[in-house]
Design a protein. Structure first.
Length: 269
């Protein structure tokens, strides 16, 4: 099956283009917040029912800022030459690793401000986040980005316009749709993390959060191995692969700690 290249513009309002990327990103964030709030209510039946929703503004703003700054830092030559474009995210340019780096502290601050268990907030939003990522990856499709090596033959692949192709592969037209691979794997990850949350979330607070770091890092590392449009390489590895390894180690260590602790404390952070 050949996946055609779509238009990146959904529609225009007074000649101002509204991009599919932004629509899909907004939808992914909305779903993540609603699901995260629902999951928090399930594992904290005695808490307020709108905790995650009340934290949403800080979570969203911090996540987007972190995702954008991280992406720009991985493409320094372009954004130093075009600094005003740092503020233009309508056509993409967001990194989930940046969202994690800035979004997690924002979640912790929000939880402390609302006087609710920090790790329970992180657990709930981690499960919801990977679902949001599964949705958000389709924004890459409409931007003709996050694709892999060229495919052999003409039976499978996503068509990438010449203007979006990596220079080394300009003579190819069909590529592995790694955005699709990651979206599907993220859905499986959502199932795994949801099981962990409902099975262990009440007794081992924090384990779902660290499981998210572990599961997503594995997904991202192996998908990244076949991507060719990733920003910035260090040696033979993409920066995203290196970050995935770091987060994987943190995730494994965190899960071991949570299970060894063996009980849930209302004061844990």
């Amino acid at each position: 099956m050949i996946i055609p290249a779509p238009s990146s513009v959904a529609f225009s309002v007074f000649n101002f283009p509204i991009y599919w990327y932004g629509i899909i990103l907004a939808s992914a964030i909305f779903v993540a917040i609603i699901i995260g709030n629902k999951f928090f209510n399930v594992i904290n039946v005695k808490m307020r029912k709108d905790v995650i929703i009340s934290c949403a503004p800080l979570i969203i703003i911090s996540g987007i800022i972190g995702a954008r700054l991280y992406f720009c830092l991985l493409n320094p030559s372009y954004y130093f030459a075009h600094p005003i474009e740092i503020f233009d995210i309508r056509q993409g340019g967001l990194s989930i690793h940046g969202a994690i780096i800035l979004g997690v502290p924002a979640l912790m601050i929000s939880a402390l401000k609302n006087k609710v268990p920090v790790m329970n907030v992180l657990d709930s939003m981690s499960c919801a986040t990977i679902l949001g990522q599964a949705i958000g990856r389709w924004g890459n499709y409409f931007n003709s980005e996050a694709y892999g090596f060229p495919v052999s033959g003409q039976a499978w692949g996503v068509f990438i316009p010449e203007s979006k192709r990596v220079v080394e592969y300009m003579n190819y037209s069909l590529f592995h749709p790694t955005f699709l691979y990651e979206s599907i794997l993220d859905l499986f990850g959502f199932g795994i993390l949801t099981f962990i949350l409902f099975k262990f979330g009440k007794k081992y607070s924090g384990v779902s959060f660290f499981a998210y770091l572990t599961v997503y890092s594995v997904i991202r590392f192996f998908v990244e191995r076949i991507r060719i449009d990733s920003a910035l390489d260090i040696g033979s590895l993409h920066v995203a692969e290196i970050m995935s390894v770091i987060l994987f180690v943190i995730g494994i260590a965190g899960m071991i700690f949570c299970f060894c602790r063996g009980r849930q404390s209302p004061n844990n952070i």
